[in-house]
Design a protein around this ligand. Structure first.
Ligand code: TPP
Ligand code: SF4
Ligand code: MG
Length: 288
């Protein structure tokens, strides 16, 4: 039995504002990993840049903090050379859906067996409050002084349309439900997206704790997550944001399973002798 405290960094300064929704996500992730029996040494956190992207620095485990919008390529590589690790790529809505949007699409297409957690506060928090891809139309900021003029990006609908193998959304305040969904996502074999609605109390005065509560609801128990058409329909709803597991495709082969380098030998590439050059060449060829 692993305790969530095993993932604690001890007495460190956490550079998030008091009341930020990120704290609840950090708590839920520690619990989910511990309840799945993952040890800190089994886990690699990978992030980009932003407030959300600081999360690996607050968790005792392996981590790689990459460039802005570039969490998913290193996460893909880490999982490819060591498929036995639990790899979590985690960042904000700007980092994953904006600057990293192309990687978001192609990581779904590859079906890399990683968990992709996105702190969705509908704003660029770190850079002090500009509109992000998920900001609502009309959202006023010091840059978008007359309000954002674009329709928000819909990550759920995009992921389902690309046949992502696991697609869910949760609300950070509901820690128990978030833990349950994170556990399902981490245990899922294949790419798993968890979009987490997260209030930014400092730079988003529109999508507040109250706003998220009033404008979201949980999918009914009768929702069939293997019904892709229904999942897309629910993801396209505009009045209120559905929460829960929208879609699961359990039958998809993962990226690692498709790599020729593991066809006859499941030894992680990084554990193979370095003089076996042809194996490394094979891996590189399979990724071209
Ligand atoms: C290439 C590049 N462009 C822009 C920036 C500035 N920048 C840093 S974080 C960020 C936005 C982060 O927003 P989000 O991913 O939503 O994270 P949050 O801070 O809201 O958690 C931007 C635009 C940067 N660091 N690098
Ligand atoms: S600016 Fe917003 S997202 Fe960043 S720590 Fe403060 S409340 Fe959280
Ligand atoms: Mg953000």
């Amino acid at each position: 039995m692993v305790a969530p405290e095993e993932f604690d960094m001890g007495d460190i300064d956490i550079a998030w504002c008091p009341g930020c929704g990120n704290f609840a996500i950090l708590k839920a992730l520690k619990r989910a990993l511990a309840e799945l029996g993952r040890e800190p040494g089994d886990v690699v956190m990978v992030s980009g840049i932003g407030q959300a992207a600081k999360i690996p620095q607050y968790l005792r485990c392996n981590y790689f903090n990459g460039l802005h919008g570039r969490a998913l390529p290193p996460a893909t590589l880490i999982k490819s050379v060591n498929p036995r690790m639990t790899v979590v790529a985690e960042s904000g809505d700007g980092d994953m859906y904006g600057e990293g949007g192309n990687h978001f699409i192609h990581t779904i297409r590859r079906n890399v067996d990683i968990t992709n957690i996105v702190h969705d506060n509908m704003v660029y928090g770190l850079t002090k409050g500009q509109a992000s891809p998920t900001s609502m139309m009309g959202f006023r900021t010091p840059v978008q002084v007359e309000g954002a003029i674009l329709e928000p990006f819909n990550p759920m609908a995009v992921a389902i349309s690309l046949d992502a193998s696991f697609v869910a959304r949760v609300y950070s305040v509901d820690v128990d439900r978030t833990v349950e969904v994170l556990k399902q996502a981490i245990a899922h074999k294949g790419y798993a997206l968890v979009d987490v609605l997260q209030p930014c109390v400092t730079f988003n005065k529109v999508n507040t704790y109250e706003w998220f509560r009033e404008n979201s609801y949980y999918l009914e128990d009768s929702h069939d997550p293997e019904d892709r058409v229904e999942a897309f329909r629910r993801a396209s709803e505009k009045d209120r944001l559905p929460l829960g597991v929208f879609y699961v495709n359990p039958g998809k082969r993962s990226f690692e399973e498709n790599l020729g380098v593991y066809a006859t030998d499941d030894t992680p590439v990084h554990q193979r002798p370095l003089d076996r050059r042809e194996r490394l060449d094979g891996l590189l060829r399979s990724m071209r």
